[in-house]
Write a protein that binds this ligand. Sequence first.
Ligand code: GN1
Ligand code: MG
Length: 368
Amino acid sequence: MKFDIENIFRHFDIDSEFVNSTEIISGHINDTFRIETTNKPHYILQRINHQVFENVPRLLENKVSISKHLTSKLGHISKNELYRKVLTFARTRTGENFYRDENGNYWNLMFYVDDCVNYLAVTDPKLAFEAGRIFGEFLSLTRDFDSSKLFEVIPNFHTMSFRFAQFDQALAGATEDKTALARNSIDFANSLRAEMLKIEKLVDQNKIPLRVTHNDTKISNVLFSQAGEALCVIDTDTVMQGIVHFDFGDAIRIICNTADEDEQDLSKVGFNLGFYEAFTKGFMESMRDEISEIEVEHLAFSAKMMTFIIGLRFLTDYLNGDVYFKTKYETHNLDRAKSQFKLASRIEENMDRMNEIVGREFLAGAGV
Ligand code: GN1
Ligand code: MG
């Protein structure tokens, strides 16, 4: 899709002039552009996909209120530092959080955080540690935000039974060709059904607390300083009420994968236990006092669960004819599903060690 970025930018209440724009291609859902202006700050302009997110104004309210909350919690740091640690949203000339163009597209504008680095994969345990610390910090800083006030931008986003129901429906309507090609993945998904529903049961029994969660904790959603310090968590589109397992598990899924999310050569898909250990250390540094024993007990398993659930969503989208995720070729979603399911198996092979590490890091420093 072609957009008149300069014209869209003009609707925001910004003094400096537009110089140029570059598209940032990484997410699967929205369209994102970096805008250079005559003065700093530069900006990030984003089109929020309103096919995926049905109520964009409410989504933006979530994002802005979470930023406000983080700002109030970090009130002690300088303004310049704050801009690097919390997403700052610009308003339109009419005072709104978003501009709606003549085609019905919703746009929002954020300050660009200068001089920072963003990774698609982790290559160093220090980065894994820092990512753990910052995702943990996001959870601990939002602990006193009433999560029931957040709008549910995508209902049942990480609800396993709901994702299975969507999968069952897609399977019932899929072509024979697709079903045949996806046979192994379909069988794998079905074989893990009971195991994958166990955390949801605990939530239903109120044994696991609900809190504010980010829900898309991939490593590319962390901004780092040049020196390797994690500064800021970005992409707060899916901030909603959730459980700690969503954020821990989804982060591990990306950080500890030795291959890309859509790797076709499954022999490359492995699990990096060293990065897992580093992430867990960082995470516990921020969360040790905020997390209960029952949550800790299932933390390692959450990596398998979150890897599985995205695999299931990719598989469902493949069977549905690729209506949700952006794809680059015909079997892209199926390849993503296979790759994620492979990773889920690799995680299972490491589960005993993963549980040991979580337990040890939880106790480290506690009560001493
Ligand atoms: C989507 O668009 P992006 O990359 O931020 C998806 C996440 C998936 C991710 C897989 C709203 O996120 O749930 O984990 O792709 N977001 C939505 O890479 O569905
Ligand atoms: Mg996202």
